[in-house]
Ligand binder design. Structure first.
Ligand code: 6PG
Length: 471
């Protein structure tokens, strides 16, 4: 008999997804360009007692024929060119109504292009964001589906079965046409960058401002994990801070080089925010912080020029640090969701914001108690910006004072808080009815006659500016 679904690309994520599918009782045909990977996979499937649900095929055509029609074929290859190559190879072997389901971290505009390319050929294209790392792929990731809706219905049972569950509800949903799924995954990652950076900034204050050892920091994060900050990232932070290096007996975190890697999704979300005209300063700050971190040589040279920061004392309590982190997090999520709302309008996606918060409650890297609160709040309102959603207005009122205190301490104590301070500045700008862009408009009119508006008098007015200047 034929397989319920096919999967191409048996690197770690692909293999784990395939094992997850088999474990949920669905037959999966598998293929990989390097055939030794197929053998390794079959051996693993045997060890886990799942070989009966696996149909290995080293030949691509035989693989396609092994999948029941209309076919759903997951491709899990490197993002970029390899995805396009795979599509071209598959195309002549597929029939109308079949679907390619691409599950990598692809750029959403690439996904949109592939969707548009395949649509007139009668082949459905689903661009699917999968979050949760290797463990998630094996035991239940969060799955963000975009693309061809009819073909989603063919794959729905399998994708929902393998997804994480929150209170029994699958963390897997269809979010919109074209590149919608990969767009949402990109913003998920942007938010992930923000969460990680804000946690790292708070760790910096604990280490340099409060003189805390990693073990003591870990203890605090463990405690916070019992409260409103309860989340996967806070939990793993405690473990990272706790780990000891076998060779030296020192805290591992102190031996790890302070240069952060990045593979692109954070940058894509910052670019999307800017292109859409939606401020996402927390995500932008987090991306900038990773870039600065990677310039270790420059930082070392600059420290010699300006002197080491005073390993000063930060006058802030752990309670305030916790509250500050919560306030920063609210701003960051408000920004990320506002970007999605705008992208949804722009692309006609109709992104369901409450549903997105729901499918992020389990399985993905940013899973948290916070997202449960957030999905509940979004379900009750049409308001797009989280800062204006009733329950979160209360939370923000209770916690922005602590964020303010932290940012002030950071400035005076010379602790960099690029992400948390930009979150605060955004909040202060967002809530300022009378801003300062009146001056910008005056300047623009001065040098470029760009015109300004005076309420009650009209638009496109001009000032009578002096023509002789000193500069
Ligand atoms: C996830 C992660 C995953 C991966 C990212 C990390 O949701 O499971 O986001 O997609 O870990 O690629 O991105 P960086 O390598 O850019 O930190």
């Amino acid at each position: 008999s034929k397989a319920d679904i096919g999967l191409i690309g048996l690197a770690v994520m692909g293999s784990n997804l395939a094992l997850n599918i088999a474990e949920k009782g669905h037959t999966v045909a598998v293929h990989n360009r390097t055939t030794s990977r197929i053998d390794d996979f079959v051996a693993t499937a045997k060890e886990q007692g799942l070989e009966e649900k696996v149909i290995p095929q080293a030949d691509l055509k035989a693989f396609v024929d092994a999948v029941a029609k209309p076919r759903s074929i997951i491709i899990m290859v490197k993002a970029g060119g390899p995805v396009d190559d795979m599509i071209e190879q598959l195309l002549p072997m597929l029939d109308e109504g079949d679907a390619i389901i691409e599950c990598g971290n692809s750029l959403y505009s690439d996904t949109q292009r592939r969707f548009d390319y395949l649509k007139p050929k009668g082949i459905g294209y689903l661009g699917v964001g999968v979050s949760g790392g290797e463990e998630g792929a094996r035991h239940g990731p969060s799955i963000m589906v975009g693309g061809a809706k009819e073909q989603w219905h063919n794959a729905e049972t399998v994708l929902k079965a393998i997804s994480a569950k929150f209170n029994g509800e699958p963390c897997c949903a269809y979010l919109g046409e074209g590149g919608a799924g990969h767009f949402v995954k990109t913003i998920h990652n942007g938010i992930e960058y923000g969460d990680m950076q804000m946690i790292a900034e708070v760790y910096g204050v604990m280490r340099d401002g409060l003189g805390m050892e990693p073990k003591a920091c870990a203890e605090v994060f463990r405690k916070w994990n019992q409260g409103p900050l309860n989340s996967y990232l806070i939990e793993i932070t405690a473990h990272v801070l706790d780990a000891v290096d076998d060779e030296t007996g020192k805290p591992l975190v102190e031996l790890i080089l302070d240069k952060a890697g990045q593979k692109g999704t954070g940058v894509w979300s910052a670019i999307a925010a800017q292109t859409l005209g939606v401020p996402a300063t927390a995500i932008e700050g987090a991306v900038a912080a990773r870039s600065i971190s990677s310039r270790k040589d420059e930082r070392e040279a600059a420290e010699k020029v300006y002197g080491a920061r005073h390993a000063g004392k930060a006058d802030i309590s752990l309670e305030d640090l916790e509250k500050a982190l919560l306030a920063g997090k609210i701003v960051s999520y408000a920004q990320g969701f506002a970007v999605m709302a705008r992208a949804s309008e722009e692309n006609g996606w109709n992104l369901p914001l409450a549903e997105i918060a729901k499918i992020w409650r389990a399985g993905c890297i940013i899973r948290s108690r916070f997202l449960d609160q957030m999905s509940a709040a979004y379900q009750k309102t049409d308001t797009v910006n989280l800062l204006m959603v009733p329950d979160f207005i209360e939370l923000m009122k209770q916690n922005h004072g602590a964020l303010r205190k932290l940012v002030a301490e950071g400035a005076l104590g010379e602790f960099p808080l690029i992400c948390l301070s930009s979150a605060l500045s955004y909040f202060d700008s967002y809530r300022q009815a009378q801003g300062t862009a009146n001056l910008i408009q005056g300047q623009r009119d001065f040098f470029g006659a760009h015109g300004f508006e005076i309420v009650g008098r009209g638009k496109d007015l001009h000032g009578d500016w002096p023509s002789t200047l000193d500069n």
